[in-house]
Ligand binder design. Structure first.
Ligand SMILES: *Cc1c(COP(=O)(O)O)cnc(C)c1O
Length: 360
């Protein structure tokens, strides 16, 4: 077996311990004589998985009692459409544009509601988090939407924007869920695809405050309506059983290791190693506004696109793979989610230092 350090932005690394456990249960899950992949979602085995996954996520994220958690299909992108359809009262919604996914989310919302971009950092290619005050938002907006961590551009909100009283905040947490402590009570809705920090692609987590569950538009499709799955405990139709099962194993793994506060500490340490090196380097540079830097996704550049390419190819030979930056940014990007061990980050930085020395 020759495992690499995979810096992919998603799907991304899973903890080796979880993969081994899943492997050991692959052919015969808990004496059922079958794999979770082959199992009815109405079986007692899957019922236990569904319940435990929900309970553990609630515990790990400290989700208050007045919120429901559902596991659905369609990825975070489907929620871009679901949000304006599920939170529909006045037909107005305010968006903070801090990157590609918030812009996509905004474009979808425009089809269903009077969506307005109230702040944007597009002027500097999303290298910072735009400032807002409570007055930036319409007091009669159905919601305010933000993307907590900007996967492509490597920025994150370090403080939650203040919004008008009674206006729920909706947050896309796809690329930071369970990586740092989130105050769920500040949000009306949180959602995220699993394939970055939680599980294989397939399951999407949606957390919805109870008082917001009957505000769906009359024409909201059944499958997009959160209430449909909330009422059926995510079992209205066939759920993404396998991904939810792996998610449950990841939740167990995180709980055994001290939960989200412990993860946050390690993630801060990992990010510091990489950013400290970048800040002292005369070769590599991170162009993101310092106070808005992501803990999860770190874009960086060498002095030229040719050297970027040489670096990416040479790194891959050392088992440091998927470091190519997103096409909207270029250069390199190291995604250092929960499952990336600190050793992987140290090995990357050592390799960068060696490359710098050889090329400056
Ligand atoms: C990856 C990502 C998405 C898209 O997720 P899908 O599950 O592929 O639809 C949306 N938002 C953010 C912040 C992401 O990182």
């Amino acid at each position: 077996m020759n495992r690499v350090y995979n810096f992919s932005a998603g799907p991304s690394m899973l903890p080796l311990e979880v993969l081994k456990r899943v492997q050991s249960q692959m052919l015969d899950y808990e004496g059922s004589g079958m794999s979770v992949m082959e199992m009815s979602h109405r079986s007692k085995y899957y019922d236990a998985i569904n319940n435990e996954a929900e309970a553990l996520l609630r515990e790990l994220m400290n989700v208050p009692e007045n919120y429901d958690i559902i596991f659905v299909q369609g990825g975070a992108s489907t929620q871009f459409e679901a949000i304006p359809l599920n939170l529909h009262t006045n037909g107005k919604a305010d968006y903070i544009l801090s990157g590609n996914f918030s812009s996509k989310s905004y474009s979808e919302a425009k089809k269903f509601t009077d969506a307005r971009a109230v702040a944007s950092s597009e002027d500097k290619n999303f290298t910072y988090i735009p400032e807002t005050t409570v007055d930036s938002f319409r007091p009669d907006a159905d919601y305010v939407h933000l993307c907590y961590n900007n996967t492509i551009f490597g920025t994150r909100f370090t403080k939650i924007p203040e919004v008008p009283a009674g206006v729920p905040l909706v947050g896309d947490v796809s690329s930071m869920i369970l990586s740092e402590v989130i105050d769920v009570s500040k949000f009306g809705v949180l959602y995220g695809g699993a394939q970055k920090n939680v599980a294989p692609a397939g399951v999407t987590v949606v957390i919805v405050r109870k008082d917001l569950q009957d505000k769906f538009a009359p024409n909201c499709p059944t499958m997009l309506k959160w209430k449909t799955q909330i009422d059926k405990k995510s079992l209205y139709n066939t759920p993404p059983c396998w991904s939810t099962y792996v998610a449950m194993e990841v939740f167990r793994y995180l709980k055994e290791r001290g939960g989200v506060p412990a993860m946050q500490k390690i993630n801060e340490e990992k990010a510091k190693i990489l950013y400290d090196y970048l800040d002292n380097s005369k070769f590599f540079v991170n162009k993101v506004n310092k106070k808005d830097r992501s803990l999860m996704n770190v874009p960086f550049f060498s002095p030229s696109p040719e050297l970027d390419k040489e670096f990416i190819d040479a790194a891959a030979k050392e088992g440091l793979v998927t470091l190519k930056g997103h096409k909207l940014v270029g250069g390199m990007r190291a995604s250092i989610y929960n499952a990336m061990p600190i050793e992987g980050v140290k090995k990357l930085v050592d390799f960068m230092a060696k490359f710098e020395k050889e090329h400056k």
